[in-house]
Design a protein around this ligand. Structure first.
Ligand code: BTX
Length: 325
């Protein structure tokens, strides 16, 4: 409810100082008991709230949740994250975001869930999304782009996520073309870019970001032990997911705007600085064939350029790549 959000906002802003329940009650024409009921609701959601007689309520501790209030208190964006739909659990934030986009959701609307029961990667592969440990979110972006420019949004997002990890932890992650972010060779983040489009203009990009943040080893299914890791396992201590989400949204808004205004050039430079792909020997598995070559880099269109052993150069639009030493 609006009043509950306002109460929470004031509690955050007061940073532990008391907030007058009476004042909020007066402002919304409610009774003090109504405000007290919202306090009780917040306590049920895991907030610890203290009371000082005649002065009001103060915030002791907020729960480790990536809900609207916890994320928004860190936001510095213009649009991204102004509207957040939050779920304790859902099938896939991508599915919900597609529906919301169809129903007219605004640019920068974000769907976040503590858990996904049917998280998905590319080509309907499953994405492991255990409760309360990761960032499972989909952002609805309405950029002025043609459908041909949309795949580059994966690279824009990869740069944004990598910058956010860098700011939050001091660690430089590697981007593996096109959509993986790795630390020490293990996957920290996957990005899934989907489209709603007219023939010549993108209507919405549904950008799915799945980030392993606070999982311990036993939180991953067996088949991922060799290939996945979390920020907590790398850094050694838990990370504030809400703050990290706000940072990702900040960089994403910045770089999306940069891409719209100045084209792919500036993004390409940033991307190449983080890429672990350029110069490496690559095996690219595509739907109908597998080719091997040396990665020259990405083109101005975001296409991966491979130099094959016969000297010819091939542009790869979409593939799963493995990198040899
Ligand atoms: P991808 O197809 O590149 O990678 C999927 C592969 O990654 C899986 O086949 C599996 O081997 C591996 N994998 C699965 N879960 C994890 C994990 N938690 N950590 C590391 N590796 C894993 C990547 O697709 C794109 C993933 C996007 C996920 C987000 S979460 C929010 C949004 N909602 C949704 O359903 N998907 C996106």
């Amino acid at each position: 409810s609006i009043v509950k959000n306002e109460l929470l906002k004031r509690l955050f802003e007061a940073e532990g100082e008391p907030v007058s329940g009476q004042e909020i009650a007066d402002h919304y024409g409610l009774s003090r008991t109504a405000i007290w009921k919202y306090v009780k609701e917040l306590e049920e959601e895991g907030y610890e709230i203290g009371t000082i007689r005649k002065k009001g309520y103060f915030l002791i501790k907020s729960p480790d949740r990536v809900n609207e209030a916890n994320v928004q208190k860190y936001l510095t964006t213009k649009n991204y994250g102004k509207y957040i739909r939050y779920f304790e659990t859902c099938s896939s934030t991508q599915i919900i975001a597609h529906e919301e986009a169809q129903n007219g959701a605004l640019d920068g609307t974000v769907i976040i869930s503590e858990e996904q029961t049917a998280g998905k990667g590319r080509m309907a592969r499953p994405w492991s999304s255990v409760s309360g440990k990761g960032i499972w979110m989909s952002i609805i972006i309405r950029p002025t782009l043609t459908p041909q420019q949309a795949p580059q949004m994966t690279l824009v997002a990869a740069v944004a996520v990598t910058r956010a990890i860098q700011e939050m932890t001091g660690i430089d992650a590697d981007i593996k073309w096109p959509n993986d972010i790795l630390i020490g060779g293990k996957k920290i983040t996957g990005i899934l870019t989907e489209l709603q489009s007219d023939p010549d203009q993108v209507k919405a990009i549904i950008l799915g970001i799945g980030m392993n943040v606070n999982q311990d080893e036993e939180d991953f299914p067996d088949e991922l032990h060799a290939i996945a890791t979390s920020l907590k396992r790398v850094v050694g201590n838990p990370i504030d997911r809400a703050q990290l989400i706000a940072k990702i949204l900040g960089f994403l808004e910045l770089y999306t705007e940069m891409y719209e205004k100045h084209g792919f050039g500036p993004i390409k430079i940033l991307w190449e600085g983080f890429s672990n792909t350029t110069g490496k020997r690559i095996r690219a598995v595509m739907l109908n064939e597998t080719i091997v070559g040396t990665a020259l880099g990405i083109s101005n269109e975001g296409v991966l350029e491979l130099k094959l052993d016969d000297g010819s150069i091939r542009g790869i639009y979409s593939a799963d790549i493995t990198i040899s030493k």
